[in-house]
Design a binder for this molecule. Structure first.
Ligand code: HEC
Ligand code: HEC
Length: 323
């Protein structure tokens, strides 16, 4: 036993050593594998973190871009609102300037509008009927002193036509613009005027003539800055509008609105007759309301709602209407 024990012990020790080494080897391999796996896990976690960080930073960048776009949008909206309100203001200013050129037109709009010396010669075509200057008296036509800013048909005692008297009562005032329209074509502004004068088609002659007449108005020194002489706009009617052939049947349909005031029979009870007019004169008259050269507010509104075809149709209908 004493001999076998050490042997046994030795061999046991050897087995244990072998086992121990084997165990050590396997456990190291095991541990290496584990470390390897852990490292891979760590790496994948790190990769995921990096990806997450990337997403977060992209999100931040996107948010920043969205904020930028929102600011830009707000600015654009503000700009649009401002532009819209400016446009409204401009439209209102334009409308009021049209409605009362004398009162509203700012002085800067005034234009240097003619040569009074040349205008004195042009006045020869008026002087058969009109006088102007010191001691001027009414003749066939009323005297023209102070004509700028004067009410139409404003000379007491002068036998004006019913048509001009009515326009005066409506508030027609002589300004650079209305005088220019009247002298260019008297019947276009005042359909029933007694002034038998064909009109001056040349704008320069009219400008010169008006510069001459302006001398005999209240403040000749202000030519042309005085408000009554500011803003002449182009009121010539486009020949294309005059050329439109109206459809009388459509005109008859539209006329329903008109005959509540204008008797279809042409009967004249304070409201002028509009039947049997030459079509062109009718169209010109309607556009004079539409352009607010003629002052009557109801007719301005009515004509303002009609387009060119409708006006032509009404002219065609009323033009052929017999009593
Ligand atoms: C054939 C005569 C005649 C000629 C030419 C004539 N007129 Fe007249 N004019 C009249 C008559 C008449 C009236 C009144 C019209 C009415 O009552 O409808 C008048 C009215 C006017 C009025 C409106 C006056 C007011 O008190 O409301 C002005 C302005 C005017 N004429 C300017 C002129 C000018 C400028 C010329 C020259 C380019 C001219 N006339 C040529 C006869 C004439
Ligand atoms: C609410 C009543 C009323 C209605 C509706 C009306 N008018 Fe008038 N119209 C008048 C008055 C008032 C006048 C005179 C205005 C003036 O002094 O300039 C007039 C003048 C006119 C004139 C110029 C007459 C002239 O001798 O200078 C024409 C053209 C005219 N109207 C056409 C029409 C047409 C076309 C319609 C329908 C689309 C119409 N009117 C609807 C009241 C009306």
């Amino acid at each position: 036993m004493s001999k076998t024990f050490p042997l046994l012990a030795t061999s046991l020790g050897g087995v244990a050593l072998v086992l121990g080494i084997a165990y050590g080897v396997t456990s190291r391999q095991h541990r290496d594998a584990e470390i390897d796996m852990l490292q891979r896990q760590v790496a994948s976690i790190e990769a995921r973190r990096a990806a997450e960080a990337e997403i977060v930073s992209r999100e931040a960048a996107l948010n920043e871009r969205i904020a930028e776009l929102e600011t830009a949008l707000a600015a654009a909206q503000e700009e649009a609102e401002r532009a819209a309100s400016e446009a409204t203001a401009l439209a209102a200013a334009a409308a009021s300037a049209r409605a009362s050129p004398a009162a509203e037109a700012p002085a800067e709009v005034a234009v240097s509008f003619g040569d009074p010396t040349a205008g004195e010669e042009v006045f020869m075509s008026c002087s058969g009927c009109h006088q102007v200057g010191q001691g001027a008296e009414d003749g066939i036509g009323p005297q023209l002193n102070g004509i700028f800013g004067r009410d139409a048909a404003g000379i007491e005692g002068f036998p004006y036509s019913q048509s001009l008297t009515r326009m005066g009562a409506d508030g027609l005032v002589w300004t650079l613009e209305t005088l220019d329209a009247y002298i260019e074509n008297p019947l276009a502004l005042v359909s029933g005027t007694r002034m038998s004068f064909d009109g001056l088609p040349d704008p320069q002659e009219r400008a010169d003539l008006l510069a001459f007449l302006r001398i005999y108005s209240d403040s000749p020194a202000n030519i042309p800055e005085a408000p009554a002489t500011a803003t002449a706009t182009d009121h010539d009617l486009d020949p294309e509008i005059l050329a439109i052939q109206g459809d009388p049947e459509y005109g008859e349909y539209l006329a329903g609105e008109c005959v509540t005031c204008h008797q279809a029979s042409g009967a004249n009870q304070g409201i002028p007759s509009i039947t049997l007019w030459p079509e062109e004169a009718f169209v010109v008259a309607m556009h004079a309301y539409k352009q607010q050269l003629r002052p009557h507010p109801v007719m301005q509104m009515i004509a303002g709602r009609l387009n060119n075809e409708e006006i032509a149709a009404l002219a065609a209908y009323f033009g052929q209407l017999s009593e």
